[in-house]
Design a protein. Structure first.
Lengths: 556, 205
């Protein structure tokens, strides 16, 4: 015990081996959850740009009815890679990055439960991202079976290559899965076991509830995709017959494996954005979140129902009638907890003192588009409508209102809202508003006409189409190009503000939350002394303090 | 009012104390995280089992031509050995908690030996079978399930080897027995999976 004082001097030296604002830390195997969070966000944004570029090529091809711009095979590769990159390399990692940054701060922890596991999970993202990109250089080209990789299409090997694009695709998705499970174990352990004193479950911000719910889905459902992917890999590479009907296998079984995960995965993606809404609306309306406890619990309800709805993707896959009915009912049930949330947000904004800064604009726009996507979602849950529009642009329009209109717009809201906290600088409000206007018009111009084309029967994943759909497609392409343009003010804003923005105070939005009680950006290990939480998360309009020891949280 | 505030404050103080202890509780975090991981891992097996049941009940020619089924007696002995090893592992863990390192090492080594016996038995069974991985859905499923489980047994044996080696490091147990506890839990998990697997593949033919 005599060497305790010596250790007391040595440990801080080891814990802070480099200066605080060293940019090199973002290129190192850092175990600080805030560095890892930003690493995730920046890496995933680079892939967002790549995936976006692919969609520009797709929209350029579709601006005229004939397939006149690129080879059809290349077109197949384009939409496959666009979907794969946007889901596995943009939405998932960017949300994990945001959660990585915010969760420990919001629950009053110094870091995640397993910091090294956290760093390892992050570094898999660039690895499998680059791996996926290398498939462009293979003789077979990239995977071309769409992001869902249904057999028998995905097990074909027309170029007779040893390593096919599909093989690389499965490998990349598998590494992504390992990374996600490592992250999920870490988040669940952190939220359950690392909360600050007094931070009971019902004092956690709603965002933390949504992250917990989303990560529980990952743990419960992702392994099903892993199982399906292993079997698919053996079918493609080792000559097994799991999904090969010629040798007695069943291709629909893969669809079950795939959607058992990939439908709940939609909730993994959208739940944290619901959390972002629940954080941002109260701040910019100056009112407590309406029905906080119900909103918090409805996240878990969504998780629970989400694993019971996957067959609605397979109404047209020879699914028996009773099963269709069952899954139609369970799918529509999702609208209940989701509707609760929407009403809670509307009630939060209702008669509030609205402040229309960029994060609030993005949230309002995203909420509007989410309600629209929810309406078309309930339509699609209904068997007769789904059979009619199955595999058409109606479906494409619907889910882009979720993945872009809701999730990506919500992510932008979060990035603007927490930008001052992450960087210690303010962003430029004018550029933010330009970004919002371009993105909002672009999203609706791009994805709304798709519904029309789909209702009239335009199928997805084709590079040529009947001239009767030309008008919708011209509109969609113009909207798509506008969306591409809209990232320019965003990039200028983020890079310019980080370099030269006004220094941000600790709490520029007068928001309530543990993350706003420490400096911007927060120091390594976040809190000088652990916060002792004494009240709930949304005390707007009240004067109750959030913590007992606010002064002790910051150094000096 | 006053009294309620003061009780609340003392509650908070107690909670603060507990949470500080929590913050230091890395071993507890590791065990919790490992259990969460195992629950998730079990879903892969559940998915394979679901796929097996679906394919077995719907495939018209389940067994490949010329295959009559599996011989049960030798795998049954294997099963008994593997399941018993779980009890041996339990007693090893208990010996460690009583600081009886010698008994722990002996029993732990015995568990490893039983695991290796199981793996060897399975290797012999595989080599004597008349169908391969590519022989219909049945062949694929059989090798997939037993192989994936076998990989877990191998992982368990390797983990136990590491734990055994670590037991010779001085002061290894100063921070608790989390490594041994987690390995032991993993071993029980692998056993339970095998019991389900044995019923599905060998009993239900």
């Amino acid at each position: 015990m005599t060497n305790v004082p010596v250790e007391g001097i040595k440990i801080p030296d080891i814990a802070h081996p480099e200066p605080q604002n060293n940019w090199r830390k973002y290129f190192s195997f850092s175990t600080d959850h805030k560095v890892i969070g930003i690493q995730y966000l920046v890496t995933s944004f680079v892939f967002f740009l790549i995936g976006g570029l692919l969609s520009m090529v797709i929209r350029a091809e579709l601006i005229t009815p004939p397939a006149d711009l690129i080879d059809r095979t290349l077109y197949n590769s384009m939409f496959t890679m666009h979907g794969t990159i946007m889901i596995f390399l943009w939405i998932f990692p960017s949300l994990v990055g945001l959660a990585n940054y915010l969760v420990p701060l919001m629950i009053g922890a110094r870091d995640m439960a397993f910091p090294r596991l956290n760093a390892a999970a992050f570094w898999m993202v660039p690895v499998f991202g680059i791996l996926l990109m290398t498939s462009y250089f293979l003789p077979s080209g990239t995977a071309q079976a769409g992001w869902w990789s249904y057999p028998p299409v995905s097990t074909q090997n027309p170029t007779d290559s040893v390593i096919t694009g599909e093989f690389i695709w499965i490998l990349a998705v598998a590494i992504s899965g390992v990374s996600s499970i490592m992250g999920a174990v870490n988040f669940v352990t952190t939220i359950v076991r690392m909360r600050a004193p007094g931070m009971t479950y019902f004092r956690m911000p709603a965002y933390v509830w949504t992250v917990l719910s989303a990560q529980l889905i990952q743990l419960a459902a992702l392994p099903a995709l892993t199982a399906g992917a292993i079997m698919l890999l053996f079918d493609a590479a080792a000559g097994t017959a799991f999904f090969n009907p010629e040798k007695g296998g069943n291709p629909v079984l893969f669809q079950h494996f795939f959607w058992f995960y990939s439908h709940p995965a939609v909730y993994v993606m959208v739940l944290p954005i619901f959390g972002v809404f629940s954080e941002i609306f109260p701040v910019y309306s100056r009112k407590p979140l309406f029905g906080y406890k119900v909103v918090a619990v409805s996240s878990l309800l969504i998780s629970g129902v989400s694993v019971l709805v996957w067959v609605h993707h397979m109404y047209a896959s020879g699914t028996p009638g009773w099963m269709r009915m069952l899954f139609m009912a369970s799918t529509m049930l999702v609208a209940v907890p989701t509707g609760i949330k929407v009403f809670a947000w509307v009630a939060t904004i209702w008669k509030g003192k609205l402040r229309l800064d960029t994060p609030m604009l993005f949230c309002l726009g995203a909420l509007l588009m989410f309600v629209f996507a929810g309406v078309t979602g309930v339509m699609l849950a209904s068997v007769p409508i789904d059979i009619h529009v199955n595999n058409t642009y109606f479906v494409v329009g619907h889910f882009h209102y979720i993945v872009f209109g809701t999730i990506t717009m919500g992510m932008f809201a979060a990035l603007y809202h927490w930008f001052p906290k992450m960087t210690g600088r303010m962003y430029f409000e004018g550029l933010g508003k330009v970004h919002f206007i371009l993105a909002f018009i672009g999203t609706n111009l791009c994805f709304l006409p798709m519904h029309l084309a789909g209702l009239h029967g335009m199928v997805r994943r084709v590079s040529s189409y009947d001239p009767e759909f030309a008008f919708s497609n011209v509109l969609a392409s113009l909207g798509g190009f506008l969306l591409g343009m809209s990232t320019i003010p965003f990039i200028l804003n983020m890079v310019g503000s980080w370099a030269q923005g006004k220094p941000a105070p600790d709490n520029p939005w007068r928001a309530i939350g543990l993350e706003w009680l420490v400096s911007s950006p927060p120091p390594v290990e976040n809190f000088e002394a652990l916060p002792i939480v004494v009240s709930g998360p949304y005390g707007y309009g009240k004067s109750d303090p959030l913590v007992e020891n606010a002064a002790a949280l910051k150094e000096g | 009012m006053d009294s309620s505030i003061s009780t609340e404050k003392s509650d908070v103080a107690i909670a603060a104390h507990a949470a500080h202890a929590h913050e230091e509780d890395h071993a507890g975090n590791s065990m919790f995280g490992f259990i969460v991981f195992l629950l998730s891992e079990s879903v892969i097996f559940l998915s394979f089992f679901a796929g097996y049941i679906l394919l077995k009940t719907t495939t018209p020619d389940w067994l490949p031509a010329g295959v009559s089924g599996l011989e049960v007696s030798k795998p049954a002995i294997n099963t008994v050995v593997l399941v018993s090893s779980s009890f041996v592992a339990y007693f090893a863990e208990r010996a460690l908690k009583q600081n009886n390192l010698l008994v722990f090492r002996l029993l732990w080594l015995l568990t490893m030996a039983m695991g290796i016996y199981f793996l060897a038995g399975q290797a012999i069974e595989w080599s004597e079978l008349e169908f391969g991985f590519g022989d219909g859905v049945y062949g694929g499923m059989f090798y997939l399930l037993t192989g994936f489980h076998g990989l877990h047994v191998l992982t368990g044996v390797l983990l136990m080897g590491i734990m055994l080696a670590k037991s010779f490091v001085p002061n290894n147990y100063a921070g608790g027995h989390t490594g041994v506890d987690a390995t032991s839990l993993f071993w029980h998990f692998v056993d339970v999976i095998w019991i389900i697997l044995f019923v599905l593949i060998y009993i239900w033919q």
